[in-house]
Design a binder for this molecule. Sequence first.
Ligand SMILES: [Zn+2]
Length: 234
Amino acid sequence: MHQLKKHLSEEQIAQCADLLQERREIPTNLQQHLDVCSSCKYELMSVMELSSSNIKVISFRARKGWMLGAAALILILVGTALYFNLQEKKTVEAPQMVQQQSIKLENQTETEEKQQAIPTDTMDVAVQSDQLALFVPNPQFEQLVDRFKDQMRSDIKIRQIEMQVNSQQLKLTWQQSAPEDITFEVYDNSGILRKTLETKSPPLIIENLGLGLYYIKVMNADFDLLQCLKVKIE
Ligand SMILES: [Zn+2]
């Protein structure tokens, strides 16, 4: 936007006056000219002073440029004061608006918090979603489980592991050709190791697991993975 070379037209002055009175932005090219041209600035201010005094006839005349010497000079002085007054107001008003907005936001959060605090239903929903999270499958362990579901390894010495869930107790039974150290690692669905248990022969009872989805790695004495089991404690 380049600066206007000519002075502002009467229409442009009138437009600026209207915008200023509505506390709106003046188009940049006009503002740029006003910034450097005191003649147009004073003309604008005199128009504004007249139009703000509610005497439409005089305002009209002013727009038409009917200005008389002495009156014009007074108007120019008043106008200048008004102009700088307005500019000041403009800069002061902006932060106030921001403040009001942030107060509004604070009120909103307050009411939201109140709404959340009222019904116990909402808390139930929160607990429910927490519980749901306990049952979200873990992709890596799911792969392991799938792998051992289809694959019957010839060197597997323990077979047909059965799981019985009774309240929060898990009982594992299996067939075993000979006694051997077997390690069971119990992971929750976020992949955190919760328990490590060892036994030489069935059964194995795992207690105090709590609600959730668990994966159990079954390993021999050399820590070869023999099986990966999946169990829900509901
Ligand atoms: Zn000018």
